[in-house]
Design a protein around this ligand. Structure first.
Ligand code: NAD
Length: 431
């Protein structure tokens, strides 16, 4: 075989870092993708999206001649392992679409060879691996299926791939042995499950767990805010030198292409009896509505935490009596800082910033958006947003926004559910 590994979806957020890590570990890898534009960028030594140390590691892999790119599927037939990691979105009814995987395998079936191992790495609806294994058997192809889920956090994949244990699973011991050996090229260890459905669930449970944790933090925040209390003071008191609360996340937008849809996949798997998952969705997806509702009612600044700095009165009136006037939001320009789904990311997929934009557009005079990393002709430079907005909402806490000092804009109201500016200001004061 010409290649050890062919990654189908190799130009994506999971496929590319994995391919680079494998190639740098000496595994000859070909990145196969239908996105030719992204492949050209990659072949030129650049990541098409933001990834820590991505360009450096990619160039290293290309220089070693262990990494190739391809936009035609014939490379599938020339590789010992085929790893499939295309997107697996939920459909418009929030149901999992197993066809995202089967469509791709249908299309490339002629290229698969007897004796190959197909590793499924996309996050899948439980039972998908078994279905795909059966699919090959029914077509008399001796392709052995394995399921090895990806658990990196987007943007820091290259570091995490080298430090996280890899969960591996297969339908027979030989295939399990082969995929374990492959992943030991990059991972400190592999953890095998007895059957692929356990690994499929391990991935979905992990994402749902994280999503629910975010929801707990967000709901606590809403409870405190609804009672006119400063949640961040409570949060700090709860966590200071108290180990059992260390993992309580701070409030923020819990968004992105994975957590919500994987929680929904799990709900569908359990006949929609996943109360915690559904509750988490209502809380997390409700955060933009919560902010705008508070602004609409002109509630006191404590109800939506405006910026609070150490040694300042947290209930400082920033808008004053005007905030109580009905319809005052309709006269205001709202600025949204950060359109990515999280800080330091350039990924707009399923970002709650866009939901916030949509809701705010229905309520305010004007909405201006900006982002450090996402290029969009409809966005404005950050200085324009700061100059022209009456209300500035921090939606994705990119590091660059730490340089903004809301105290320099006393007439504007800054909404910061993350407690981002006070945290940065305290850090700066300590430095
Ligand atoms: N993004 C993450 O942080 C993350 C983490 C863990 C797991 N996952 C899971 O990994 C999977 C992929 O997610 P992603 O974020 O990398 O998606 P992505 O959209 O960034 O990458 C998917 C890639 O597949 C390519 N592709 C689509 N159809 C193709 C086809 N027929 N042939 C060849 N290439 C094709 C696309 O062009 C794209 O480059 C999803 O199941 C996701 O849930 C993602």
């Amino acid at each position: 075989m010409k290649y050890d590994l062919c990654i189908v979806g190799g130009a994506g957020h999971v496929g590319l870092p994995l391919g680079v890590a494998m190639a740098n570990a000496g595994v000859s890898t070909v990145l196969f993708d239908t996105n030719r534009e992204a492949l050209e960028v990659i072949a030129g030594g650049r990541f098409p999206f933001k990834e820590k140390d991505g360009d450096r590691e990619l160039r290293r892999a290309l220089e070693k001649r262990k990494l190739a790119t391809a936009h035609t599927p014939d490379v599938i037939g020339r590789s010992a392992f085929v790893l499939l990691v295309v997107g697996t979105p939920v459909d418009e009814y929030l149901n999992p679409s197993i066809h995202a995987i089967t469509r791709v395998i249908d299309a490339y079936l002629p290229y698969f060879k007897n004796g190959q191992v197909l590793i499924l790495r996309s996050t899948v609806y439980p039972g998908t691996s078994e279905r795909i294994q059966r699919y090959f058997r029914e077509r008399s192809k001796r392709v052995n299926v394995a399921f090895c889920p990806e658990r990196i956090v987007e943007g820091n994949a290259l570091a995490e791939l080298m430090t996280l244990p890899q969960i591996v699973s297969a339908f027979d011991p030989q295939t399990l042995g082969k995929v374990s050996k492959l992943f030991r090229n990059i991972a400190p260890k592999t953890v095998a499950t007895a059957q692929p459905v356990e690994a499929e669930l391990a991935k979905l449970f992990s994402n749902a767990w994280r999503y629910i944790k975010f929801a707990v933090g967000n709901q606590f925040f809403m409870i405190a805010a609804d009672h006119g209390l400063d949640y961040h003071r409570i949060y700090q008191a709860m966590r200071e030198d108290y180990p059992r609360n260390r993992d309580l996340p701070s409030p923020g937008f819990a968004a992105g292409p994975c957590l919500l849809k994987d929680t929904m996949q799990l709900a569908a798997y359990h006949s929609n009896n996943f109360f915690l998952g559904h509750a988490a969705m209502l809380v997390n997806e409700g955060m933009p509505n919560f902010i705008v509702k508070k602004l609409r009612h002109g509630a006191s600044p404590a109800a939506v935490p405006t910026v609070r700095f150490a040694n300042e009165n947290p209930l400082r009136e920033l808008i004053g009596a005007e905030a109580a006037a009905p319809g005052w939001l309709k006269t205001k320009t709202v600025g949204i800082l950060g359109m990515a789904f999280k800080g330091e990311s350039d990924d707009p997929r399923d970002s709650l910033s866009y939901k916030l934009k949509k809701i705010a557009e229905a309520e305010a005079k004007r909405v201006l958006c900006t982002d450090e990393y996402i290029k969009d002709p409809a966005f404005h430079p950050v200085r324009t947003v700061l100059a022209e907005s009456d209300i500035v909402i921090l939606a994705a806490p990119h590091k660059a926004y730490a340089a903004i000092d809301p105290r320099r804009y006393p007439a504007k109201r800054f909404i910061d559910i993350w407690n981002f500016w006070p945290r940065h200001s305290n850090r700066a004061a300590r430095a």
